[in-house]
Design a binder for this molecule. Structure first.
Ligand code: HEC
Length: 204
């Protein structure tokens, strides 16, 4: 079932994570201070999430190789996302442009739309590193602030997301076993891999 999302006129703006909020050219009306604070919080949480994930991944790769490190993307990433979700009362997930775990990683209609726009923005030359988007959306049961931050493919991701023929044997075997519907291979460095997606309920 498709839920139709009506963007509120209130605050619908594109922005980059690093420059001051709302500084991009040709933007919708400035967001309220509450929205700006919420976007800033989402941004901080996302950066911490990605940093922790990247650090843990590197450590596991060094210690146990790609077979062991698979658990970081498989267990640690959803665990951190769940912890933040519980702590903040938000929904925090990772979604993919091509998905490995269809249960956790499949974008909903809004997320798919934003991923398409991220791909378009990347084609225009914008860096994935700072690419993000937020919007206040109205759903049948209330308003939400939705936020997404692009995730790019780095060389270190290729052991598990690169060309299938190039994957280490241990990774290929595990993928076949654990992810029979895996689509998340064939990426190159600099590709859009997906996004961190955050949904905060608003009481207004
Ligand atoms: C050691 C193997 C491994 C490496 C290295 C790895 N991943 Fe993954 N990745 C996985 C596995 C396994 C999953 C499925 C996780 C799950 O079950 O939710 C996954 C899932 C994801 C997802 C969630 C969407 C989906 O397809 O299910 C994203 C986004 C992602 N990886 C990005 C990255 C990025 C970016 C890098 C490099 C910084 C990276 N991964 C490196 C194994 C890996």
């Amino acid at each position: 079932m498709k839920i139709s999302l009506k963007p509120a006129v209130l605050a619908c703006a594109m922005f980059s994570v690093l420059p001051a909020l709302g500084s991009a050219a040709g933007e919708a009306p400035a967001a309220s201070p509450e929205i700006q604070a919420r976007v800033a919080a989402a941004k901080t949480v996302t950066q911490d999430f990605l940093k922790t994930l990247g650090g843990t991944m590197m450590k596991e790769m060094k210690a146990g190789g790609p077979g062991a490190a698979m658990n970081v993307c498989r267990k640690v990433a959803p665990e951190i996302a769940n912890d933040i979700s519980l702590q903040k009362g938000w929904k925090v997930t990772r979604v993919g442009t091509r998905v490995r775990n269809p249960m956790l990683g499949t974008p909903d209609a809004w997320e798919q739309d934003v991923l398409n726009r991220f791909a378009e923005r990347a084609k225009q030359g914008e860096a994935l590193k700072t690419m993000a988007y937020y919007e206040v959306v109205e759903e049948p049961n209330g308003k939400y602030l939705r936020f997404m931050k692009a995730i790019g493919v780095a060389p270190k991701c290729l052991a598990c997301h690169g060309d299938k023929s190039q994957l280490p044997e241990v990774v290929r075997t595990k993928l076949d076993l654990l992810y029979p519907h895996d689509q998340a291979t064939g990426y190159k460095p600099g590709d859009l891999r997906g996004a961190v997606s955050i949904k905060q309920p608003l009481d207004m």
